[in-house]
Design a protein around this ligand. Structure first.
Ligand SMILES: [Zn+2]
Length: 166
């Protein structure tokens, strides 16, 4: 994606995210309220109190193809269980009791926070375009951390993301 193209689509994407978050604000709950026992070993209380989760039947994905960005069509079909926008992630209902998926999406919340929306979206779009969903760098970071979480390694997840992005 050229810088000009990113510049053109960024405001539209941000507007779509803002509308989507507003439309679901009433069903958003804090991650802390979900009561998972291991997440507090990896994330600060502040993060768990501010990050939110929204249960959905279908994940909201920006209509990139209809905006003319057809090369992200694979991503739009999204075979994943969750997606994060800023400090809020959407989860398919079947994933609501899955602590590892919450962990994975929280890694994205930290990425959004550290990078800021513009850099997050630029890096994410660039990774998708060059490597595809599963092998994009921000996804690899989240998947690797999730694997370590599942293997019971304990580490400061917020520090880990900060170090990897620096
Ligand atoms: Zn992910």
């Amino acid at each position: 994606m050229t810088p000009e193209e990113f510049h053109k689509y960024y405001p539209r994407l941000l507007g779509w995210i803002d509308n989507t978050l507003r439309a679901h604000a009433e069903s958003a709950r804090t991650v802390a309220s979900r009561g998972f026992s291991r997440l507090p070993l990896y994330f600060s209380a502040n993060t768990l109190m501010s990050a939110k989760v929204v249960p959905v039947d279908q994940l909201p994905i920006p209509p990139l193809s209809s905006w003319g960005l057809t090369r992200f069509a694979d991503f739009e079909r999204g075979t994943f269980d969750g997606i994060t926008y800023l400090d809020t992630f959407f989860l398919k209902r079947g994933a609501l009791r899955n602590e590892a998926i919450h962990f994975h999406e929280l890694i994205h919340v930290i990425q959004w926070r550290i990078l800021g929306p513009e850099n997050f979206l630029r890096l994410y779009a660039d990774g998708l375009e060059r490597f595809g969903y599963r092998d994009s760098p921000l996804e690899i970071m989240a998947h690797d951390a999730e694997a370590a979480f599942t293997a019971n390694d304990v580490f400061d997840a917020e520090k880990m993301v900060a170090q990897k992005l620096s």
